[in-house]
Design a protein around this ligand. Sequence first.
Ligand SMILES: Cc1cc2nc3c(=O)[nH]c(=O)nc-3n(C[C@H](O)[C@H](O)[C@H](O)COP(=O)(O)OP(=O)(O)OC[C@H]3O[C@@H](n4cnc5c(N)ncnc54)[C@H](O)[C@@H]3O)c2cc1C
Length: 472
Amino acid sequence: MAFLVHDARGLERPLRPVGDEHGMRARRRLWRVDVLQALAVASVAVAIALFLAEGGASRFGDPGAALSSLGIIAGLAATGLVLVMLLLAARVPLIERAVGHDAAMALHGRIGKPVLYLLIAHGVLLLAGYAIADGVDVVAEALAIWALPDLPLAILGFALFLAVVVSSLVAVRRRLRYEAWHLIHLLSYLAVLAALPHQFSVGGLFAEGTWQRVYWMIATVATLAAVVAFRVVAPLAGSLRHRLVVESVLPVGDPRDGIVSVTMRGRTLDRLRASGGQFFIWRFLAAGQWWQAHPYSLSAVPRGDHLRITVRALGDGSATIAGIRPGTRVAIEGPYGVFSEASRSRRRLTLVGAGIGVTPIRSLLESATFRPGEATVVLRTPAPADGWLLDEIRALCRSRGATLLTVPGGRGRGWLTDAAERQGLDLTALVPRVAESDLYVCGPRAWAEGVITEARAAGLAPEQIHHERFDW
Ligand SMILES: Cc1cc2nc3c(=O)[nH]c(=O)nc-3n(C[C@H](O)[C@H](O)[C@H](O)COP(=O)(O)OP(=O)(O)OC[C@H]3O[C@@H](n4cnc5c(N)ncnc54)[C@H](O)[C@@H]3O)c2cc1C
């Protein structure tokens, strides 16, 4: 008997024999991640090696020169890592598909502080080194350095970068609106541009005819080109090509829950190459809304010329979605994320969702490859027959041969309800073959962490666990 799956255009196609297809795909993806990580490390290593090869190695003869050389190395490493950070945030398809948006942004965030420390070391070591070489104190040296061409601009670049890193510290970030935080983050591009001239003018390091000059010019231009191409040109071109327009905005469940489904109509949506579980960044081009963009997952995969998101009003931006009028144009960035088939590593599938986290679960269930009996959906719902998109998920489970388990009731101490815990239920009791499956989890942070802890205890490897976070 041949099984059928629905592809992104809504057409039915026979299910290909699965075999170890998922395992192979996961291995290929993880291999690409390794290559990208190696390239990032190599880019910094090459920069330092070029410096040492082009005279840097001979600059360790006396304490002053040695300190300045260490300062230069710290500066080169910091600059190289800043370019890596920009590339991680540039939404380059190769990085997005291999690493995933979340992981790329998490890595981007983790590099910020080390770069700051390297930049501080760069300034302090150079100042001390130059002061020793010139036989003056550091204050006199600081005044002399200030007069160097492009130095004030470089210091401005450092100050901007400092603002970006400080705005990302958890305690500060929590107090900022997303839009304010994002605006400060855009300063990092200005920081790079401000720091650039001193690299080429001070110390003659990147003088004409050096390999260092060639290397840094290529690295900087390529990185900035990637940012412009994938953060500006591609979204603009995509929005113009697909011409998405809001067709309907309908409440989901009890209107007091503040949840709406927005169905949009567009052109050539198959060319979006979006799959279930992925998200886009949406900008509704209506008065009072066009200036903010928010990430929302697909709650239904593109079918023909339609796609859909489902949004819960959790703040200013999401609360305005219910008031969007049919006919409103929509600009998009994406698709992003590997909370999708792209990260599958096993034949079996376990989808676990709670609250509004049900949206990517619903679309992933729609498009994932599995045979009847190989997928289980576990939903935390307020009541047995009451849950957002529950009817649709039930119908999909029925037609695709997936098992649906709802865990109704109030909160529990862990991710399950107290009643479920009293019955001795846990992830393995609910999904006995969970260890053989890919687990996709989406819901409130603490709740999702509870599921993931149990999954690890059940023996799932890291590549089997996929978590979509709705917060930042
Ligand atoms: C990958 C992803 C997929 C998501 N999918 C859905 C979905 O399908 N349905 C749904 O209802 N919600 C989804 N969200 C959450 C949704 O993006 C936020 O609820 C919404 O942006 C809140 O904005 P606000 O102005 O209403 O509230 P605010 O008060 O401004 O923000 C509330 C919280 O939302 C987050 N947030 C706000 N703006 C952004 C942004 N541009 N980028 C990232 N995070 C932001 C922040 O964590 C903030 O703490 C998703 C979030 C992410 C990151």
